[in-house]
Design a binder for this molecule. Structure first.
Ligand code: NZQ
Ligand code: ZN
Length: 394
């Protein structure tokens, strides 16, 4: 087990009817003028918008709106938000939505405090060595359990001009509060419910594949959480208005990505996530759908080089009962079960299922490594490894 610092001050407010508390929380955290940031309109159809606006009115907090965040949020809207914040004297950002809205809000939160002459994209998203100096306070009303951005230190944005999708990390924009009302997820289409579950599982999976030794306590925390997500996802698809199932998935989404399940593990692998970001950047693919294609291919490739952790994962998470001495038999049975889980949720598991071929494999591999020597930590991957993984994903 490695040294670690665990710091996650986001106040989580969880349960039925809680999104009506947004206004008083903004006030409690000192917000005097708010940027209300949201996506394409689901919050108006579901009534969440009306409730949150009423709560801001009750709290006496004025606000300016910036809608229009799209999945795989764009740097152009972030730039628009930064200008709006400066022009309007805004001092608090309230994000209502999923990972895309929250990440766009995080980028505005630090982008609006950058020194003159600094460019948010070139000097931060494209420079992995940059340190973000400051961020404006941010609050969240979550509408979809998936990305975990409601209490993660990550922010992932797409540059639509260059096709790069890149993340930055800082504790400075960790939300002051995040409101998690599981009932708001009843309206999610099955595709988004499934992609959300796949992303949540993936955040645990990436943390699980660590090369650090003596991590049995957190191995077992992650294994138990992954088994629950695997079990819950099909139940929710059959019974989408079941509060208990939706509540458990929302809780899982948060703990999957707020580092509470992985102290001392060295952070995890994240190679599959970085390859998926190339697919999203190139094809504007939904993040969870991209992971369902990349992760099986990553497992097929990496398990041949470092089979150790895969056997434990196969036996403890997927209940594979072949003799553990049959290493590759066990691993292949596990990969088949995981692919079958994705497909049972209605999600495709190969690039050709979606009509994509190998045209951009070399380009995506090179882009994944721009400003980085390699990706992954359980198994370090270079350009040729990434191309081989993409071939296995065809
Ligand atoms: O735009 P609206 O109309 O709101 O529709 C959204 C969007 O089309 C819809 N939706 C959300 N809540 C809904 C709803 N529809 C009906 N009822 C509701 N209650 O769902 C669609 C997807 O929303 P999005 O925010 O894109 O989903 P998600 O939370 O999966 O976020 C994905 C983004 O987060 C990034 C991904 O790469 C992707 O860009 N990630 C962010 C991370 C982080 N910051 O920590 C980590 C992740 O690994 C991930 O990379
Ligand atoms: Zn993810």
């Amino acid at each position: 087990m490695e040294n670690y610092i665990y710091f996650n001050p986001t106040k989580i407010i969880f349960g039925k009817g809680t999104h009506s508390l947004a206004g008083e929380q903004v006030l409690a955290f000192g917000g005097k003028k708010v940027l209300l940031h949201y996506g394409g309109g689901s919050i108006k159809r579901t009534g969440i918008y009306d409730t949150v606006v009423a709560s801001l009115d009750t709290a006496g907090v004025p606000f300016v709106e910036l809608p229009g965040v799209v999945p795989n949020p764009r740097i152009s809207l972030v730039r628009e938000g930064i200008e709006l914040v400066k022009r309007q004297g805004i001092d608090f950002i309230l994000a209502i939505g999923g990972g895309s809205v929250i990440d766009s809000a995080k980028a505005i939160a630090f982008g609006s405090l950058l020194a003159p002459g600094k460019d948010i994209w070139d000097d931060y998203f494209m420079d992995p060595t940059a340190t973000i100096p400051a961020a404006m306070p941010l609050g969240v009303v979550l509408t979809i359990p998936a990305a975990g951005s409601e209490s993660s230190n990550s922010c992932v944005i797409t540059n639509e001009d260059t096709g790069f999708k890149r993340g930055v990390k800082t504790e400075l924009y960790l939300p002051k509060f995040s409101i998690l009302d599981p009932e708001v997820s009843y309206s999610l289409p099955p595709f988004q419910t499934a992609c959300g579950a796949i992303d949540i599982h993936a955040h645990m999976f990436e943390r699980y594949f660590s090369a650090v030794e003596h991590t049995d306590v957190t191995d077992q925390l992650l294994e138990g959480a992954m088994r629950s997500v695997i079990d819950l996802a099909p139940r929710i698809l059959k019974d989408p208005r079941n509060y208990g199932y939706r509540a458990e998935m929302m809780y899982a989404g948060t703990i999957a990505h707020n580092n509470s399940l992985n102290p001392g593990r060295g952070g995890g692998d994240w190679g599959s996530h970085q390859i998926e970001h190339e697919l999203s950047g190139r094809y504007d693919m939904t993040h969870g759908a991209g992971l369902a294609i990349v992760i099986p291919a990553w497992m097929k490739y990496v398990s041949r080089k470092h089979p150790e952790k895969f056997v434990q994962y196969a036996v403890r998470v997927w209940g594979v009962t072949l003799p553990p001495s049959d290493t590759f038999g066990v691993i292949d049975a596990m990969i088949e079960r995981q692919e079958q889980w994705y497909r049972s949720l209605g999600i495709k598991t190969t690039l050709s299922d979606l009509g994509y071929d190998d045209t951009y494999f070399q380009d995506m591999a090179e882009k994944a490594l721009v400003n980085k020597g390699s990706i992954g930590s359980y198994c370090r991957l270079g350009a040729q490894d990434i191309v081989e993984i993409l071939k296995l994903a065809l």
